[in-house]
Design a protein around this ligand. Structure first.
Ligand SMILES: [Zn+2]
Length: 303
């Protein structure tokens, strides 16, 4: 990547995206505040077309790969990394790229060549294991690793079935994106279904004889989606306040709970009657966030 391309990656939409997730952005690299050049504008137009579906290329390739089992997949092109599909994936030179377990070699090359992205409305699910430090102490390392692996599989399948992308596996959690071009216009509803299925599946996992305690959060809003970071840290992901709010909901949900922001619930078009509400204080926000609380392992009709 040339210096000019690196500056291109760090200007424009990233500045406008608001809060940048500290974990995914190298802190020691200054962000160049220069105005976007015509080249930046062209790259961003290309990304917008890709992510909004006016460019059919990405959607078609994902449809093809998406039919071949099984997850986890390349989060950009959907090439399968496990199951029988991994043979095809390797033939097409779309194996997992070193250092980026959820992006294939071909897509990471393309991201490096065309860094950029677009601000679009997406839905985001965060789910993770509650009190995992205590759990790890009470069980053997092998048992804990085994149940975490099962949790990742259950999560990836629930996300995959509902047209989402596993953005990353965190230490003991998962972040998933539901992007209109890939998931469809009803991305909030499909993200809700994925979160319900994820928690329903996790409620069948046992650790030390108890149900694996997992909580989840769902939020819908505008986020920057595209190539983030640079060099070894280059990734395809989402950034901004919407991501931070989803992460916050996922981190405060109790075991078995799904916290859905009011914005996400409204986007699903579901009625509010009968929903259970809670007000949450979120750091940096003047007003409390209204969330709908579900316990999906009890919502058996939806799984
Ligand atoms: Zn790929």
């Amino acid at each position: 990547m040339t210096d000019d391309e690196q500056r291109g990656a760090a200007s424009g939409p990233l500045d406008a995206a608001g809060a940048i997730a500290a974990a995914s952005w190298p802190q020691d690299e200054p962000i160049d505040p220069r105005e976007p050049t015509p080249a930046d504008e062209a790259t961003n137009a290309l990304w917008r077309a890709r992510l909004l579906g006016t460019d059919p290329g990405l959607r078609q390739i994902r449809r093809t790969f998406g039919r071949i089992p099984s997850p986890p997949r390349c989060k950009v092109c959907s090439a399968p990394f496990h199951g029988p599909g991994r043979i095809f994936t390797r033939l097409w030179l779309r194996g997992e790229s070193p250092g980026h377990p959820l992006i294939c070699n071909s897509c990471i090359g393309s991201l490096a060549k065309h860094p950029g992205g677009a601000e679009i409305e997406i839905s985001i699910v965060f789910a993770d294991v509650r009190g995992s430090t205590g759990l790890a102490e009470r069980t053997s390392a092998a048992e804990f690793r085994g149940v975490l692996q099962r949790f990742y599989e259950v999560s990836a399948q629930a996300i995959d079935r509902n047209g989402g992308i596993v953005d990353k596996f965190l230490g003991d959690g998962v972040m998933a994106l539901f992007i209109p071009v890939l998931t469809g216009e009803m991305h909030a509803g499909r993200a809700l279904q994925a979160a319900r299925e994820l928690l329903g599946g996790a409620s069948r996992l046992r650790v030390g004889g108890d149900i694996l305690p997992v909580g989840a959060g769902l939020h819908t809003g505008i986020a920057f989606v595209g190539a983030v970071g640079s060099g070894d840290k280059l990734d395809f992901s989402a950034l901004g306040d919407t991501v931070n709010v989803a992460a916050r909901l996922g981190s405060v949900a109790a075991a078995g709970e799904l916290l859905v922001s009011r914005a996400a619930w409204d986007a699903t078009g579901l009625p509010l009657e009968g929903a259970s509400f809670r007000e949450l204080e979120v750091r940096g926000r003047a007003t409390a966030l209204e969330v709908i609380v579900e316990r999906p392992s009890d919502v058996t009709a939806t799984t």
